[in-house]
Write a protein that binds this ligand. Structure first.
Ligand SMILES: Nc1ncnc2c1ncn2[C@@H]1O[C@H](COP(=O)(O)OP(=O)(O)OP(=O)(O)O)[C@@H](O)[C@H]1O
Ligand SMILES: [Mg+2]
Length: 348
């Protein structure tokens, strides 16, 4: 046991009400408790509401139905106790890597040299030494992602909310970053909620994995995934592989529902195919109209098409998801709105 509940999500539902078109029920009666210093992974098909749940816990979206408590207090907005790594990085395009990482630290009463040393230590940790003065536009997707991770870690929040933080990394860097994250977690014992589509990554990193249903997202199952992380060969052991299989069958079922509940060429079907392409049953893969999408999905999941890692729709949806004042801009669209989001990020 890891102690008291740190984060309590109780009967939370969330509707998106876009200015045009119908309201979308993204989450329905989601309840989840995360204990202090626990590492929980969220798994589920694309579009099931994982990011939405993270934004709600992070305070970037208001909780309309149900309640969310962090350390016993209702979430009223973002705060420095919760560091978030957004799915689309959300870096300041006009700041260098060093300045992006320093940003969260600038609000802390810390001498300048100490701040800079700390930022540098995290830049080194994520393997970006030498790129301190580069701007986001000069970085690859993986480098941007590592900058966002360094920024979230540098100000030492008690809770880390990570939305597919390793999604744009190559396999080798991903594996290194997984080990680093585990080492940081073991040393600092933060409470971590980690969104991923990678079942093996979830089983390897997390102590428990919450599997979400297809939209509207609900918690379908919470599975214990405690393994001896220090055992380098743990991934090759039978209990580990059995656990991965158990989770796969739960997630696969939901991915199929996401596909079947939508038009074959709809955005959700595409995204589900993207994430689970390699794992879809032949029957679904053969449905007219899905074949091409699955082929694209398989290229993407095999890492052959990196452009798929950050679909345009993701950034669009994130911008729409947030109130006007808080909308981030993944690309440089001239500063003010992004500044608001990050102002929120670091302010209590
Ligand atoms: N701004 C928005 N306006 C309307 N609907 C939205 C908006 N943002 C998200 N949605 C809907 O809410 C659902 C949940 O979205 P969310 O981004 O939380 O899913 P996700 O599980 O993070 O997906 P992915 O794995 O693709 O990142 C989606 O199916 C989408 O249809
Ligand atoms: Mg998401």
């Amino acid at each position: 046991m890891n102690g008291q509940p740190h984060i309590v999500v109780e009967a939370v539902s969330h509707h998106y009400r876009p200015p045009v078109g119908r309201a979308v029920l993204a989450l329905e009666s989601v309840s989840l408790e995360v204990r202090e210093r626990e590492f929980v992974a969220l798994l589920g098909p694309s579009g099931c509401g994982k990011s939405t749940l993270l934004y709600l816990i992070g305070g970037f979206l208001p909780t309309e139905t149900g309640k969310i408590l962090v350390e016993g207090k209702p979430v009223a907005g973002p705060g420095p106790d919760r560091g978030i790594v957004f799915q689309n990085f959300a870096l300041f395009p006009w700041k260098t890597v060093l300045k992006n990482v320093l940003y969260g630290l600038e609000r802390q009463a810390m001498p300048r040299e100490e701040r800079e040393a700390r930022a540098q230590a995290f830049i080194d940790l994520v393997g970006l030494s030498g790129f301190e003065q580069s701007y986001p536009s000069q970085l690859s997707g993986g480098m941007k992602q590592r900058t966002a991770i360094a920024r979230a870690l540098a100000f030492d929040p008690r809770t880390l909310l990570m939305d597919e933080p390793f999604g744009a990394l190559d396999a080798q860097t991903r594996s290194l970053m997984q080990s680093e994250l585990l080492a940081i977690w073991e040393k600092t014992r933060k409470t971590v909620i980690f969104v991923t589509h990678d079942v093996e990554e979830a089983v390897f990193l997390a102590e428990r994995v919450a599997v979400m249903s297809a939209r509207p997202g609900r918690i379908k199952a919470v599975i214990d995934t405690r393994f001896a992380k220090s055992d380098r060969d743990v991934r090759r052991t039978k209990p580990f592989m059995d656990k991965v299989e158990e989770l796969w069958s739960l997630v696969r079922e939901e991915a199929l529902k996401a596909l079947q509940g939508t038009h074959p060429r709809s955005a959700d079907a595409l995204r589900a195919a993207h994430h689970f392409g390699g794992r879809l049953g032949d029957g679904v893969a053969a449905r007219p109209g899905v074949v091409d999408d699955v082929a694209v999905a398989q290229r993407r999941s095999a890492g052959l098409d990196r452009s798929g890692q950050l679909g345009r729709s993701d950034s669009q949806r994130l911008r729409l998801a947030l109130p006007h004042r808080q909308r981030p801009c993944a690309r440089n669209r001239g500063g003010r709105r992004t500044r608001h989001l990050h102002g929120k990020l670091a302010s209590p």
